[in-house]
Design a protein around this ligand. Structure first.
Ligand code: XMP
Length: 319
């Protein structure tokens, strides 16, 4: 249990003496860990840090803009924004198997990141937002079993072809301490307290083949869901909540016309450790409002269902 402002100053000092005048690169995902690592390292070494933000086209509505606004515009961090949506979609074309999709997204990310990183000629360090639970996990802790159910691809775990030294300033911190540090560094509350988002993004929330059209529909439905959760105070009361795109068409009626459109499922869970989870008992009035808004505002979706499965036997994500 650290005193966060003291810990921050100490950590800044350590980063400065470790890095000296070297250049550092960091893969920024928009998630809590890489964001806090970026803000901390930037506070320590300023322009010697270059962040690479790979937009895989599978992010949530407005997310790329948010990341660029927070880091580049507000904090003055050097961020290279790689708009790689098309590259990822091309690789994913015709692929329906969840694990294959994960592998493709992970591989594509590494390729693009390495290519961009190699352009930063003087870089000697690769910074990562590894936190203490990740350290335990890779040492063979209790979460090993979960990894064999779904292979996880994150910003971390890059192969060592860049021959960079690793800078991992969050290695001793638990998640709540990382959040506290993020606030001390002046990151926005909503960014620091965001629900976790999987590395493969909407790639595993669009069931089966990933298509641009599906991603667009899902982004808009998901944004409505999140907005209503925030307004009603339910965002903080759930551990994770999101929409899932089902590539299934069903019949509906709108005005005096018949529709034949897609379905989205809403998922909201409570969990302590993400190993087990309970579905959240959202109020019916809230579910009704969200469902109405999605069907009225997102042309192409005419049916909304709510997932009432626990983990186990279901997992939190649908893929
Ligand atoms: P499941 O679906 O296995 O998810 O119950 C447990 C937690 O892990 C997240 N998750 C992932 N995170 N890459 C990630 O970085 C992945 O491939 C991945 N798959 C699931 C999920 O969002 C939940 O928080």
């Amino acid at each position: 249990d650290w005193n966060m402002p003291d810990y921050m100053e100490e950590s800044i000092g350590r980063i400065r003496s470790e890095v000296g005048r070297d250049e550092v690169i960091l893969g920024l995902s928009g998630g809590v860990d890489s964001s806090v690592a970026a803000a901390l390292i930037h506070r320590a070494i300023g322009k010697q840090l270059t962040c690479v933000f790979v937009d895989n086209g599978l992010l949530r509505l407005g997310e790329a803009q948010q990341v660029m606004d927070t880091f580049s515009r507000n904090l003055g961090v050097k961020v290279i924004h790689i708009d790689a949506g098309k590259a990822f979609l091309d690789q994913l074309q015709g692929v329906a198997d969840p694990e294959t999709k994960r592998r493709i997204i992970g591989r594509e990310f590494i390729e693009i990141f390495q290519r961009e990183a190699a352009k930063i000629a003087n870089a000697r360090w690769l910074a990562q937002g590894t936190i203490y639970p990740d350290v335990i996990e890779s040492a063979g802790g209790k979460t090993k079993k979960a990894q064999t159910i779904k292979s996880h691809h994150n910003v971390g775990g890059l192969p060592d072809t860049l021959h960079l030294k690793l800078l991992e300033p969050l290695r001793e911190l638990f998640k709540d301490e990382v959040r506290e540090l993020g606030l001390a560094l002046g990151l926005p509350h909503d960014m620091v307290f965001r629900h976790p988002f999987p590395g493969p993004g909407l790639g595993v929330r669009i069931l089966g083949e990933v298509r641009h059209e599906y991603a667009e529909l899902l982004r808009r439905a998901d944004a409505i869901f999140t907005e209503e959760l925030r307004i009603s105070g339910w965002y903080e009361k759930t551990s994770q909540a999101f929409a899932v795109f089902l590539p299934v068409k069903s019949v509906g009626v709108m005005g005096d016309g018949r529709t034949y459109d897609y379905v989205v499922a809403l998922r909201a869970v409570h969990t302590e450790d993400f190993m087990t989870a309970h579905w959240a008992e959202l109020p019916y009035t809230l579910l009704a409002k969200i469902s109405n808004r999605i069907v009225n505002e997102v042309r192409g979706i005419n049916r909304v269902v709510y997932d009432i499965s626990g983990k186990p036997p279901a997992t939190i994500e649908w893929e």
